[in-house]
Write a protein that binds this ligand. Structure first.
Ligand SMILES: Nc1ncnc2c1ncn2[C@@H]1O[C@H](COP(=O)(O)OP(=O)(O)O)[C@@H](O)[C@H]1O
Ligand SMILES: [Mg+2]
Length: 461
């Protein structure tokens, strides 16, 4: 028994071919259903051009043959009545196609030669717009299309609309996939470039930090050389004075002209000279010993027992030539001893960097240049207050000054690393923190807080 139109429609509607995005397979299924259901030989899908002036055969089944994307196209100008009837967006029902007012334009060129007697066209709609038609043609005696058949073809046309949606969705998904792939590739490329840039940056940063450290060590070493020069100079003068006196007395002795008073004077002079020589050689030796203690000259990484006040005093002595050259009055305020077990090298470097910054940035418009350093011990915390009386640090740059490479002096050779090194030494090496004074109107002020090892840092500060 032949299937009912309803069952054929149900099979088509339930088929996965309608929604899987393959428009060709869906069209074939739908046209085959029309041919089966209406017991006809020819059926086709025709789609409008964008301006609706032409309609072309997208897929035609005739008997056993199936043609895709045919070259068959009908222009509105050639078949105005037929296009008018399509414009009504309703099914074109032509029982007698050769005389029907909507289809008679095809009679001579098409219907009569092919023996087509009846036509039934149903509009294909997609998102509310009519895109074309499913055209069913009957060859043989004239045929009366009944309502069920008209509804059947209309439903098939709607199903084709559904297949168009699925195909578009497939296209979009494909496009999306391609865009995603392109995006991923772009992201990968960018990430690689970024990683390389980051690597180069890290490398450059490490090199710059190293050279900034070397520069601050250099400043300390030149200070040391200057400090040692003075006692050594005195020692050399004293020694050569003693030698020449000795030669003079030896000559007197050889000439038998040396008297007792002359000899006693010589001995007293020799005694004084040797005392001076000893004192100054000792001073030089102590300086070298103390500077050796200063981790900045050898290793900033060694933890040691030391007394903070005398250690900073020593550091300032080594910077004395620099301070003197720039006419800066730098004072470490008196106070009690502060014994520490910490990293003296780091502290020397911090003080050196702060002073270097004052010299470079603070005193452009200051005549009486001052730096004050104050040390206090509050319960378990050691505080180093540093203040100069220069221009202070402008409010808008305060949040950035500890960032590596931030500098307002790029044109005059600033690396922007001085305070970043200070920050890292304070927070990482010494386990403390550094804050900028709120009031910078009288000059730049910093407070460094170092906890005693093993103590809990105070929560308020
Ligand atoms: N004592 C100071 N007085 C005024 N400005 C300062 C002082 N110390 C630092 N600054 C500001 O902080 C910036 C960052 O300092 P730093 O990290 O040492 O870099 P650099 O000294 O190479 O510029 C400086 O460029 C300057 O603008
Ligand atoms: Mg600096």
């Amino acid at each position: 028994m032949a299937k009912s139109l309803y069952d054929i429609l149900l099979d088509v509607s339930k088929s996965s071919m309608i929604d899987n995005g393959d428009l060709h397979a869906a069209g074939l299924l739908i046209l085959s259903a029309a041919i089966d259901g209406l017991r006809i030989n020819r059926a086709g899908i025709w789609l409008f051009s964008e301006d609706k002036q032409v309609i072309c055969g997208k897929m035609l089944i005739s008997g056993d043959s199936c043609e895709l994307d045919t070259s068959l196209c009908l222009a509105r100008s050639d078949f105005p009545r037929y296009f008018d009837s399509l414009d009504s967006e309703r099914a074109v029902v032509a029982n007698d196609a050769q005389t029907n007012e909507n289809t008679l334009e095809f009679s001579d060129s098409y219907l009569i030669p092919l023996g087509i007697s009846s036509m039934l066209d149903a509009p294909i709609r997609h998102r509310g717009e009519m895109l074309g038609i499913i055209c069913c043609e009957y060859q043989g005696d004239m045929r009366q299309w009944n309502n069920e058949e008209i509804a059947f073809v209309s439903a098939l046309a709607d199903t084709y609309g559904r297949a168009i949606s699925a195909s578009q969705r497939n296209d979009y998904e494909q496009q999306l996939k391609e865009i995603n792939e392109q995006l991923e590739q772009k992201i990968n490329e960018r990430t690689n470039v970024l990683q390389e840039t980051l690597h180069n940056l890290n490398h450059t940063q490490a090199k710059l930090i190293e050279s900034e450290k070397l520069a601050s060590i250099g400043r300390l070493v030149s200070g040391l050389a200057h400090e040692i020069n003075t006692p050594l100079g005195i020692a050399v003068t004293s020694s050569s004075h003693c030698t020449s006196e000795l030669k003079r007395v030896q000559q007197l002795y050889r000439d038998e002209a040396l008297n007792e008073e002359e000899f006693a004077q010589f001995l007293a002079g020799l005694d004084d000279g040797l005392d001076l020589l000893n004192a100054n050689l000792n001073r030089a030796a102590t300086l070298v010993h103390n500077f050796k203690l200063s981790g900045s000259i050898h290793n900033a990484d060694e933890e040691e027992q030391f007394e903070l006040r005398s250690y900073i005093d020593l550091t300032l002595k080594s910077l004395q030539p620099l301070l003197k050259k720039n006419q800066i009055d730098c004072v470490l305020l008196p106070g009690t001893d502060i014994p520490l077990n910490s990293y003296p090298g780091a502290i020397a470097q911090i003080i050196t960097n702060l002073i270097t910054n004052s010299i470079h940035h603070a005193f452009h418009h200051t005549t009486e240049k001052q730096i004050r350093i104050e040390l206090t011990q509050i319960s378990q915390q050691t505080r180093i207050r540093y203040r100069d009386n220069g221009c202070g640090i402008a409010e808008d740059i305060r949040p950035k000054i500890f960032e590596p490479f931030f500098t307002t002096a790029r044109l005059t050779g600033g690396s922007g690393l001085g305070l970043s090194i200070v920050y890292n030494l304070v927070t990482q090496k010494l386990g403390g923190d550094i804050v900028l004074d709120d009031d910078q109107s009288q000059g730049a002020g910093f407070e460094i807080r170092i906890p005693k090892p093993g103590s809990v840092p105070p929560s308020s500060a």
